[in-house]
Design a protein around this ligand. Structure first.
Ligand code: FES
Length: 269
């Protein structure tokens, strides 16, 4: 059901502040995330190997976690290092740990074969670390299969009707625009769409100075969708007729959007 050998976003880095133990369900597996004292993110199976109690209900002890049912203690690799009242610890006793990489405020997790977890496969989105771009990172829970969200985000045609009063601006978007390019990429696809000489949509009007709120714009949307469900959107608004389709960027305003769809189960994302 799921692509396992690829990187998924498990959390934003701010979700792990103050020693928080964060439980997440990812690809139908219960995962516990926390930051060790050295600042490295730890991801363990969130089920004690003894009687299956969720470890996020346990207690942090330094970089380790103690299950609060019978007190087994696990190190950041998932190995059991203490059994109260018992001297011998079976050497293989422990819980699964997952490869994790923290990059540009995102915590990436590899749910497949750990030997194949190459950090070089993590897709780059430079705006996340560029201080010139203002970001509003947040977590969103969808009660929908992730492929439906992938489908929705890569389809700009729905902007006109679903988002008339926010992102779309008018139903005209559906009638007069169409993709000018749809390209297959090595691990996804790219779609580009222009809307020329139209009123700025409501979300863009909000940031425009009063004198420009009712001045028509040329609008370009470029969407990238990458395996397993990573969406990047580049939106650009230029003064109508300024030649932005030929590369003139004078008076242009731009937005960047990224969304990382991580399946919880077959249904929610
Ligand atoms: S269930 Fe965790 S120690 Fe027994």
């Amino acid at each position: 059901m799921f692509l396992k050998n690829c990187w998924y976003v498990a959390a934003w880095d701010h979700e792990l502040l103050d020693g928080r133990m964060l439980p997440r369900t990812i690809l139908e597996e219960a995962v516990l995330l926390y930051k060790s004292e050295s600042g490295k993110v730890v991801a363990l199976r969130d089920r004690c190997c003894h009687r299956g109690v969720p470890l996020h209900l346990g207690r942090r002890e330094g970089d380790c976690v103690r299950c609060m049912y019978h007190g087994l203690k696990f190190d950041p690799t998932g190995k059991c290092i203490q059994i109260p009242g018992q001297d011998v610890i079976p050497p293989k006793l422990g819980v699964r740990s997952y490869p994790v990489v923290e990059k540009d405020h995102l915590v990436w997790i590899w749910m497949g074969d750990p030997d194949k977890a190459d950090p070089g496969l993590i897709i780059d989105f430079p705006y996340l670390r560029d201080p010139q771009w203002k970001g509003i990172p947040d977590y969103m829970h969808y009660d929908a299969n992730w492929l439906l969200i992938v489908d929705n985000l890569s389809d700009f045609a729905h902007l006109a009707f679903v988002h008339t009063k926010t992102l779309g601006g008018s139903e005209e978007y559906a009638y007069v625009t169409k993709p000018v390019a749809v390209e297959r990429l090595p691990r996804g696809f790219r779609v580009e769409r222009w809307h020329m000489n139209a009123a700025p949509p409501p979300f863009h009007r909000k940031v425009l100075p009063a004198a420009e709120k009712d001045v028509n714009v040329d609008r370009r949307n470029i969407g990238h969708m990458h395996i397993p469900g990573i969406f990047f959107l580049e939106s650009m608004f230029s003064p109508a007729g300024s030649g932005s389709e030929h590369g003139n960027r004078e008076g242009t305003r731009e937005y960047r959007n990224c969304q990382f769809m991580t399946p919880e189960t077959r249904r929610p994302t």
